[in-house]
Design a protein around this ligand. Sequence first.
Ligand code: E4P
Length: 219
Amino acid sequence: MKFFIDTANLAQIKEAHELGVLDGVTTNPSLMAKEGITGQENILNHYKAICEITDGDVSAEVIATTFNEMVAEGEALAALHPQIVVKLPMIKDGVKAAKYFSEKGIKTNVTLVFSAGQALLAAKAGATYVSPFIGRLDDVSTDGLRLIEEIREIYDNYGYETEILAASVRHAMHIVNCAKIGADVITGPLSAIEALLKHPLTDNGLAQFLADHANAASK
Ligand code: E4P
C-alpha cells in the first residue's frame, strides 16, 4: 500500500520523505490556504517546491468547475512537473475532464467521493486515482471503511485499474484497516503516519535494553 501525505506544508512533507515511507502528496485548496499560499504564481511555485521534495505523485486540485476551464487549468498544472496529478471534483464536468485527461495520458485524482456509484463513474472515466473521504463519512455516522470495501469489490469485479486512494484518513487505525481491506493508497496527516510507530511495549522494552546495557557496562 502506498502512503501519501495530505498537506501543503513543506516541512511536514520533508519529514515524511526523510522517514523513507512517502510515496506521494495530496493537497487541496483548503490545505493550500492553511499554509497561506495565495495568488496563481505562488500556488504554482508551491506545487513545484513539493515536487522537488518527493519523487512520487503530487495531486494539485483545479478550482474550475466547468469542463473547458478544468481542462485549461488542469493542462497548466500538468505542464508544471511530470509528477503532477490533476485533482478533479466528482461533478459532471469533473468526470468529463477525467475522461479527457485519461485519453491524453495525464494522471487524474477524482476527489470528494462519498459513494460507490461515484467511484464506479470515476473508474469508467479512466481516473488514475479515486479519493473516497473516509474520515468525513465517519464524521456523519456513516462507515467510511465500508465504502472502501465496496469500491474494492466493484473494481476487482471488473479489473478497473483506478487506484483506491483512501482520503480524509484521520488516525493510525484508519491506515491499518485500509491496508486490511486492500486500499491501494492512503493519504493522511503526518500525525497519523507517525502514530503507526507507537507502542508502549516498544518504548518500555527499549528503555530496559538500554538500562541493562548501561548497568553491565558499568561493572
Ligand atoms: C483528499 O485528498 C483530501 O485532501 C483530504 O484527504 C481531506 O481530508 P479532511 O477530511 O481531513 O479534510
